[in-house]
Design a protein around this ligand. Structure first.
Ligand code: APR
Length: 240
């Protein structure tokens, strides 16, 4: 297997949080089966009907903080990998939940933002937020009311920290993609960048993703089962 001084980059998606009780997006029982992206997850939707957008994210925030949601064994295994892998691990998540950090991840990028933060559209101030958000809420920094928005990346907006992510993938020895359907760019393109960098590419998912053929190694099954086994193999497995 890969030398233990090689850095690892892990990309995660909604599938890793499914067994924690959070819905994915594109599965039959996923979020986009009940609500349209263009109604709740675009800058246009927010301009047109901010109340609808607030309600969508308020419900998801309530589900995350009040819903008995906990990290599962896959989040735990990745946090362990980060602690124990000599070459260093960066986790890049598309998820806006906080389950990676609750499992102990420290080197983590939320490329699509965070559900438990809000941001002022006027001055850019970001604050932690666990309650419902409404049009009447004002920015604590610039005092403007009605312009606080979820600190999440909507369709048509640029994900966060792209330069840092691309630099890390270009230097990676292993690129793991976990629980993502490979439908949304730029994340879906990371595997190509990893291949160009000569990294070993691994997909761990319930089923083959859109980009499955691009991965050298593929392991299919529920994340809470396959991720801990793969992490153990990386840390202590025989070379292959
Ligand atoms: N273990 C592993 N994988 C799973 C599990 C599980 N228990 N359950 C479902 N999956 C897989 C599905 O088979 C699917 O391939 O997780 C993937 C989830 O795909 P999506 O719902 O498309 O989620 P994701 O890839 O994270 O979406 C990317 O799209 O709408 C946006 O911004 C949103 O960050 C999100 C982005």
């Amino acid at each position: 297997m890969t030398g233990k001084d090689a850095p690892i980059v892990v990309l995660t998606g909604a599938g890793i949080s499914k067994e924690s009780g959070l819905a994915t997006f594109r599965d039959a029982d996923g979020i986009w089966a009940t609500v349209r992206i263009k109604d709740v997850a675009t800058p246009d939707a927010y301009r047109r009907d901010p109340k609808r957008v607030y309600e969508f994210y308020n419900a998801r925030r309530q589900g995350l903080v009040g819903g008995n949601i906990r990290p599962n064994a896959a989040h735990g295994a990745l946090a362990r990998l980060e602690r124990e892998w000599p070459g260093g691990v960066l986790t890049v998540t598309q998820n806006i939940d906080d389950l990676h950090e609750r499992a102990g991840a420290k080197n983590l990028i939320h490329m699509h933002g965070e559900l438990l933060k809000i941001r002022c559209d006027v001055c850019g101030n970001v604050v932690a937020w666990r309650d419902d958000l409404g049009i009447e809420d004002a920015c604590a920094a610039c005092n403007t009311a009605g312009r606080m928005r979820p600190h999440v990346v909507w369709f048509g907006e640029m994900p966060f920290e792209m330069e840092r992510i691309e630099r890390a993938i270009s230097a990676a020895g292993v690129f793991m993609s976990i629980g993502t359907s490979g439908n949304v760019y730029p994340a879906a393109g990371f595997v190509m960048l990893a291949r160009q960098a000569g990294a070993r590419t691994v997909e761990l998912n319930l089923e083959p993703s859109e980009g499955a053929t691009l991965f050298e190694e593929k392991i299919y099954g529920p994340a809470s089962q396959v991720v801990p086994v793969y992490v153990e193999r990386l840390l202590h497995g025989a070379g292959d």
